[in-house]
Design a protein around this ligand. Structure first.
Ligand SMILES: [Zn+2]
Length: 1021
């Protein structure tokens, strides 16, 4: 080691002597001195860095021991008295600011690390170039170092630091897997001192990085059986990765290796070590990956090598990774500016993260294409353009999202013919339309929800929830596509190219991009960037009127538009005429059009206005025939949040497609209707075949937008069809998270109608805690008693009731809590007069031996009809009859399950002991405790193999219940039981989540109870 260091030092002294330099440590690329970039700004400067790092990694202890020598050139106009280093890994010790930040949001990833899994960076010494000790203080992830003498502008200072860094067990960027390591943020790294913010010494709270550009000469020593990939040129390739070893590691030899099968051993561990020596120029960080299981693929574009480092257990599904990398490198280079480094590594390390010349990836072919494209894309916006990600994450994440989608949108589709003939091409990619790719739906869905709480100009640590933070990706990409609609694609391309070339290896801020956009386009764009970066308004235009008039032989189209959103944009509108020709119309929002408009287009007068100011606009357009259709932005770039009213013509914009039950890609400019066959079965009618539909516009899981779902099924000719209908809509005037709904069913068994209202109260859109309050009016009548399943009893007559429901859901550390209070009472016009209430609490504690605790209290009045009455061993008859998997009426499920109550519907007391279901209860109080004892069984040989093979999870439970029957008799039961559960993942999630459960209990106490085994299709709770 020492010898190697001396060789390298002497080698570089020699290099500098030959070059006529006088000191061995003077960097060749000393940053950018003050005033040297007048094209950026007269006060632009960039500090110079030159690291020499010598490190040893011991996988036995997860520790890196290293020494670094940093030559730091002060190019700023300021004299420095102290500097800051990042010691990032201190974030991964319980009690760190990162821990406090995360646990405040219910994430105890760091708090719960065992002592052995703590991270941390130990600084052993800090010296100046003459060997004098420097005084320093460490504050969480910052180290402040006081200089021995002031550092004036233009002068270098030397820091020599001995350090030790430990891999933590946290789910973090620097992380370890079963058989690999990702070494990132592992050395004390100088913080950036820049022209805008001075010292950028933000504490590390888990998001984004920032570094100065310079030279890194570094080496890493580790056991000889590890294969390493790192940032920079591998200087001793012949020694550590000779040709014969590369042959043995060639990934193509493992193309047929079964996925997840244990890797072979290529280099026997023999106690020896290898030293990997690198040099990287013009980078702002270095990282490495290491694993004995890496197998290597190689591809090339124009002299740039792309390597894939895949672990052998995934090698069969990583065969094309290097080639995919080369395609992205080529396309990004051609579009935005050439890739300036000599290589790129894509690696299989369960991550999605970028480092200079190295990306840490996951997933398998072909699903990983988008991820590889994104992380490689970062080598343009992050790697070669070093923006301040912590301060404004959109400059790297959003720009990268944009360039990835441009390439996915164009090159990938073309190349998919050569690379993906099979399943991927036909089933996966084509379903995402170009318009879909251009519009990251996340932004549109957030914008519609009204829960877009932060403008893009927000510090990355200041977003309250990850879902909102994700907008730095999606909204920025949308912004750049919308800039295309304003300026035209060619001008935006030139803006991006100018930005890339001017800020190559520099530190831009948002205002720099805005200035270049103005300079290249020659337009005033302050309005555009203010809307997109500083505000959270929405774009929402509508064509409200469209007609043609004929005056003598001339036609005129009269069109009226309305702006509902607060944002303004210029509009391109395509008119389709009766003679099948088209006429394009451009409506500028500034004095003149801001992009070149073809002569054949009609340019209207300017529509100035925003918010409610001037929100209606009419225009007359001379044309050659009457108009049949008008459509705003057929290119699909405009991020209009409701595009169904952007088209006016003969047909409503509707798209009908088969419901594949798995993947839904919403259509931007049409209302989606998904249809599929549907049937129920009962022993009276036999099979009732029909059709099911599901429809809505830009639907997503979090924000319940307007949608309908329903089915209609044929019964016998003499009988009316089975009908089911559900409709839900947000109630906008209250807020986007207030909903009304209608539920209607008419079957052989019964007729049900519910009209309800739900308000969700929450401060974030996706995270706990939140409250949900519902008020429901319900009407229900038995249609025909012969459809009542044999195991139920049901009373005839129309019942009307009101249901009040309050739910509260929270999460703190290892505990999640769900509370529900439900009250139902009959109202005027109901045949039965009754009242019921239920109070349920569920706590789930994720200890090694997880514990789920449920309590339940229920009460009901005497008049409660049988179908509504609570059942001791399960939920109400009524609810189970309306569970989709159960319904069909009599004969819907095999009757042997119900003899002796061997089918259990969860709810109520969740009891399994043999209790007569005929007992009608007045009240019941219950506690259910259950656990998955896997962590104890895992020590038994073969247990995990069997468990994984069968996909089953064991279950142990104890239930205690007290109850009183309507006859006034009270009783108590304590039962102990065990069983297994298996998720029914074969059933598409669109049909619901099912778990097969077989368990049984023996009564420990309870005069009438007996042992019993039950089957269920749901978890107990
Ligand atoms: Zn990213």
């Amino acid at each position: 080691m020492r010898v190697l260091k001396w060789i390298l030092t002497i080698q570089y002294i020699f290099t500098f002597l030959v070059a006529g330099e006088t000191t061995a440590y003077l960097p060749q690329h000393p940053g950018t001195p003050l005033g040297s970039r007048p094209d950026i700004s007269p006060d632009y400067f960039q500090q110079g860095i030159y690291y020499m790092i010598d490190a040893t990694f011991n996988p036995e202890t997860d520790r890196i021991s290293g020494s670094e020598k940093l030559t730091y050139t002060n190019n700023s106009p300021d004299t420095l008295y102290y500097v800051y280093f990042h010691v990032y890994q201190n974030a991964f010790i319980p009690g760190s600011y990162h821990d406090i930040f995360d646990s405040g949001k219910g994430n105890d990833n760091i708090r719960t690390l065992t002592k052995a899994d703590h991270g941390g960076q130990t600084i052993l010494s800090v010296q100046d170039g003459e060997g004098g000790s420097l005084s320093y203080t460490i504050d969480d992830t910052n180290m402040e170092v006081w200089l021995s003498r002031p550092l004036p502008p233009g002068e270098p200072a030397i820091f020599i630091i001995e350090f030790e860094t430990k891999f933590s067990g946290a789910d973090a960027r620097m992380h370890k897997g079963d058989d690999y390591y990702v070494g990132s943020q592992w050395y004390p790294k100088m913080a950036v001192y820049d022209r805008k913010r001075g010292w950028n010494n933000d504490y590390h709270l888990g998001r984004e990085f920032y570094g100065d550009f310079g030279i890194f000469e570094w080496n890493l020593t580790l056991p000889a059986n590890y294969i390493v990939g790192g940032t920079g040129r591998l200087l001793n390739r012949d020694e550590v990765l000779p040709a014969d070893l590369m042959d043995k590691l060639d990934i193509t030899q493992f193309a047929d290796k079964p996925l997840k099968e244990d890797p072979s051993v290529i280099i026997e561990p023999n106690g020896k070590t290898k030293t990997w020596v690198y040099r990287a120029d013009q980078v702002h960080d270095i990282a490495w990956i290491a694993s004995p299981s890496f197998r290597i693929g190689v591809a090339e574009w124009d002299g740039i090598k792309v390597y894939s480092f895949a672990r052998e257990q995934h090698a069969s599904k990583w065969q094309d990774a290097a080639e995919i990398g080369a395609i992205f490198i080529e396309d990004y280079s051609n579009r935005w500016g050439r890739y300036r480094y000599h290589k790129m590594i894509v690696s299989d390390v369960e991550d999605g993260m970028e480092y200079p010349m190295l990306t840490a990836d996951s997933d398998l072919s072909p699903g990983y294409i988008g991820l590889l494209g994104h992380e490689i894309g970062h080598n343009w916006f992050y790697g070669q353009i070093g923006s301040n990600e912590t301060y404004r994450a959109f400059l790297d994440e959003g720009f990268t999202n944009y360039i990835t989608s441009v390439t996915m949108d164009s090159v990938w589709e073309k190349n998919s013919g050569t690379f993906y003939q099979g399943w991927y091409k036909t089933n996966y990619y084509p379903k995402k339309t170009r318009k879909y790719i251009r519009n990251d739906l996340l932004y549109l869905q957030f914008a519609r929800s009204g829960y877009e709480r932060y403008p893009l100009n927000t510090h990355s640590d200041h977003y309250a929830e990850y879902a909102n933070y994700r907008l730095v990706y999606s909204k920025t990409a949308s912004m750049l596509y919308n800039l295309e609609t304003v300026l035209g694609k060619d001008v935006v391309n030139r803006i991006m190219q100018t930005y890339f070339s001017r800020f190559l290896f520099q530190h831009p801020y948002p205002e720099d991009f805005i200035r270049i956009a103005g300079e290249v386009s020659g337009k005033q764009l302050d309005w555009f960037f203010r809307e997109w970066l500083d505000e959270t308004g929405t774009i929402d235009y509508r064509i409200s009127k469209l007609s043609s008039v004929k005056i003598e032989d001339n036609y005129f189209v009269k069109m009226t538009l309305k702006r509902h959103g607060t944002m303004e944009m210029p509009l391109d509108i395509r008119l389709t005429l009766a003679d099948s020709t088209v006429k394009w119309v451009h409506i500028p929002n500034r004095k003149d059009p801001q992009k070149p408009i073809p002569d054949s287009w009609f340019v209207s007068k300017t529509w100035v206005g925003w918010n409610r100011f001037n929100n209606t606009f009419s225009v007359d357009i001379p044309v050659q025939a009457s108009v049949t259709e008008a459509k705003i932005d057929p290119s699909g770039r405009l991020s209009d949040v409701y595009q169904l009213d952007n088209i006016k013509g003969k047909y409503p914009p509707v798209r009908i497609q088969m419901d594949n039950l798995y993947k839904y890609y919403p259509t931007l400019d049409a209302y989606d209707i998904y249809v599929r066959p549907s049937f129920t079965y009962n022993s009276i009618d036999g099979l009732n075949p029909g059709i099911h539909w599901f429809s809505g516009y830009l639907l997503d899981g979090n924000i319940r937008q307007y949608h309908t779902e329903g089915a209609i099924r044929y019964r016998l000719p003499s009988k009316p069809p089975e009908v089911a209908l559900f409709m839900e809509t947000p109630i906008r005037f209250l807020n986007g998270l207030t909903h009304g709904f209608l539920n209607y069913e008419d079957t052989g068994l019964d007729n049900l109608m519910e009209i309800g209202y739900t308000a969700t109260v929450r401060s974030t859109l996706t995270e706990k805690p939140y409250h949900e309050l519902s008020l429901i009016y319900r009407m229900n009548r038995l249609n025909d008693p012969k459809y009542v399943p044999i195991w139920q009893s049901w009373e005839a007559g129309l019942n009307r009731s009101i249901i009040l429901n309050h739910q509260y859901h929270w999460k703190q550390g290892k505990i999640t809590g769900d509370y529900e209070v439900k009250y139902e009472t009959s109202i005027h016009g109901s045949r039965e007069q009754f009242t019921q209430y239920w109070v349920t609490t569920i706590h789930r504690i994720k200890w090694d031996l997880p514990l789920d605790i449920r309590t339940f209290i229920g009460w009901q009045s005497d008049g409660t009809p049988s179908q509504m009455a609570m059942k001791l061993t399960g939920d109400t008859y009524f609810n189970s009859a309306h569970a989709s998997w159960m319904y069909g009426g009599r004969g819907g499920l095999p009757s042997f399950l119900f003899h002796g109550d061997h089918f259990q519907v969860p709810g109520g007391g969740n009891l399994r002991s043999l209790i007569s279901p005929a007992i009608r209860l007045r009240w019941q109080e219950v506690i259910n405790l259950q656990t998955d004892p896997s962590s104890y069984f895992e020590q038994i040989a073969g247990y995990s193999t069997v468990k994984d093979y069968l996909g089953i999870t064991p279950l142990i439970f104890v239930n205690g219940a007290m109850y009183e029957s309507t006859s006034g008799r009270s009783d108590a039961i304590i039962e102990f039981g065990a069983g297994i559960t298996r998720p029914m993942s074969i059933i598409p999630p669109a049909l619901g989540t099912y778990t097969l459960r077989i368990d049984g209990a023996v009564p420990l106490w309870g005069p009438d109870a007996g042992s019993k085994v039950v089957v269920s299709l749901q978890q107990a709770f």
